[in-house]
Design a protein around this ligand. Sequence first.
Ligand code: IMP
Ligand code: MG
Length: 178
Amino acid sequence: MTNDIEKVLFSANQIDLAVNKLAVKINEDYKDDKPIVLGLLTGCFIFISDIVRKLNISCQIDFMCVRSYGSGTVSTGSVNITKPMTMSPKGRKIIIMEDIIDSGITLSYVVKYLYEQGAADVKICTLLNKPSRRQVQVDITYSAFDIDNDFVVGYGMDYNNKYRNLPFIGVLKEEIYL
Ligand code: IMP
Ligand code: MG
């Protein structure tokens, strides 16, 4: 599987340090709160598991499954909630955990949806951000790394549901897409 990787963008160690920094900020900002930490499946599953173990605040954890991508590398532009969260967002502070923000279409849809459902406050925490690809404006409170246009895999992120289990974040060789 690592033979399919062209280059490593962030090593497991770099990711760990970055996740730590995000957790320090969240612990400070939410020390008097009881937020819901909401993971957007599937891409967030490793990021959220790592970051919540570094949080010392009283939080609850929930997941939502949102689809905006087909099997390829380009957003379809439409968003579906294929699994809603199990808790009620009503009156709650919510921290969305996302693997990567690309067009912003998914996040802007989810944030609007949560406020419509009565959430008191919604903040976004993402591991990666691709600012140059933004189509819809989103306010990101916590972000570890900005990257260029590269399509990345690993640390939860996939191409065709593969490569999620890589411990680092990397770019695939061109030939994999052929
Ligand atoms: P957006 O709606 O275009 O911002 O897309 C967000 C979702 O697309 C993310 O939650 C990822 O699941 C997926 N995605 C965007 N860029 C990448 C990438 O480079 N690698 C893997 N998944 C990506
Ligand atoms: Mg995702």
